[in-house]
Ligand binder design. Structure first.
Ligand code: CA
Length: 243
């Protein structure tokens, strides 16, 4: 069962929330201030953080900012005023969800459950995208062979870095699917996206140049990231290729 870190300095409220989380089957860890929150998050295997905005020593926003430097743990923010929520959501350090106080504990548990489910789905998709299906991918004059790690354009071998290769493979495997920068960083670089990171954009730029006409099919999805324009990218198995 998942472990939830509750960061809340109001003792009465914390007590109720901890009790209800335990009743719902979750393991709980409690931190009373921002510093303690960071320490406990670093020490325990935490699956989700419920983070109050107003905290002693280090406020919730700063805690979130520091967490996001190296962690993608889902964070549900608790705010006292609804005006604060715009800042929580609008910020690039982004909380995954928020609740305005006062809230019903039942609603909180429902949100926790939904966030954990969403995270599990993302984890599964990530595992599938990282796994090498081994199929040769074709797109117009372009051919990518994951087993030999060779990419050819009209029969000529292209020199791609491992990063460019992985990015191209991911795009070719799911034409039409939009990939966010956050997702690409996590899938290909196995890192957590930090705001302002240009790695993805630079890699796409290089790929577009190397791929010639096929490069034009890598489209920018405004506000999201990138996708390969759906067309006739047909995955075939190694078996079919040999025939
Ligand atoms: Ca508080």
């Amino acid at each position: 069962m998942a472990t939830i870190l509750l960061v809340e300095d109001e003792a009465d409220l914390a007590q109720i929330v901890l009790r209800e989380l335990a009743a719902a089957g979750y393991t709980t860890v409690h931190a009373l201030d921002g510093i303690e929150a960071l320490q406990k998050h670093a020490r325990e295997q935490v699956d989700l953080v419920i983070l109050d905005w107003m905290l002693p020593r280090l406020d919730g926003l700063e805690v979130l900012r520091q967490l996001r430097q190296n962690s993608a743990t889902p964070v549900l923010m608790l705010t006292a005023r609804s005006e604060e929520m715009d800042r929580v959501i609008g910020l690039e350090v982004g909380a995954d969800d928020y609740l305005t106080k006062p809230f019903s504990v039942r609603e909180l548990i429902a949100r926790v459950r939904a966030l954990l489910r969403r995270n599990e789905l993302i984890r599964q998709t990530l595992a599938a995208d990282r796994s090498d299906a081994g199929e040769i991918l074709l797109r117009g004059p372009l051919m990518l062979n994951p087993q030999t790690h060779i990419v050819t354009l009209s029969g000529c071998e292209l020199e791609l870095s491992p990063t460019e290769f992985s990015l191209l493979q991911l795009l070719l495997r799911s034409p039409g699917r939009a990939f966010s920068r956050v997702y690409l960083i996590e899938t290909i670089w196995s890192e957590t996206y930090v705001g302002g990171d240009r790695s993805v954009d630079n890699a796409v730029l290089r790929l577009r140049k190397k791929l010639g006409s096929v490069g034009d099919a890598i489209e920018t999805v405004w506000g999201v990231g990138y996708r390969l324009r759906p067309e006739s990218a047909t995955p075939v198995t190694q078996e079919q290729w040999r025939r």
